[in-house]
Write a protein that binds this ligand. Structure first.
Ligand code: VNL
Length: 178
């Protein structure tokens, strides 16, 4: 799993995020996934019987290690980094890296640090005021394969976090019926 982690998380961190071409993307199958504003957890769950979350990493990152772009989306603060891989019925579908600013992990949101195998989306979207913005997309090459990725900002009780998601080769986004 550590090789997997190196490859995919590194690729995700090196992604060149771009503003989506909404008009074109909205009409495509990939677009429905990449531009999803509600819960990716729900969307993935609709394509399998069991969605499993494996936590690959959970650590703190200093403000100085964040990019200008990340700081402008989140504010100037150190963050918790949560790295996971999501599998649908045993197939790895999505690799995700989430930056959660320290000030987001307060009051009701303290538990986000301790989610473990509970999907982040499940926790965030059962809150009525959850919303997503700043959606950006990228194509990431891993071992010669072009994979789709997106980054978006999630808000819970007006507190932000930044989610980067890499769709792995077996993900339903690449399948005809996806
Ligand atoms: C997580 C991150 C879950 C990104 C997701 O959906 C996701 C998580 C299930 O960290 O649990 O799209």
């Amino acid at each position: 799993m550590s090789e997997f982690k190196e490859l995919h998380l590194q690729a995700l961190m090196n992604a060149r995020w771009e503003e989506p071409d909404w008009q074109t993307l909205e009409t495509t199958r990939e677009g429905a996934w990449l531009l999803e504003r509600h819960s990716m957890t729900e969307r993935l769950k609709a394509h399998c019987r069991t969605l499993a979350v494996e936590v690959l990493g959970l650590h703190e990152i200093e403000q100085s290690a964040l990019t200008e772009n990340e700081l402008s989306l989140l504010g100037e603060e150190s963050c918790l980094v949560r790295e996971v891989v999501l599998s649908g019925d045993g197939d790895a579908w999505l690799c995700a890296r989430t930056l959660v600013p320290k000030s987001t992990l307060t009051e009701k949101e303290q538990d986000i640090a301790d989610l473990g195998a509970v999907p982040l989306g499940q926790r965030v979207f059962n809150q009525a005021n959850a919303r997503r913005d700043a959606i950006e997309v990228a194509t990431v090459v891993v071992e010669g394969q072009s994979l789709l990725a997106r980054r978006s900002r999630l808000w819970v009780n007006e507190k932000p976090m930044l989610v980067s998601e890499l769709f792995l080769p077996d993900a339903p986004v690449y399948q005809e019926e996806g």
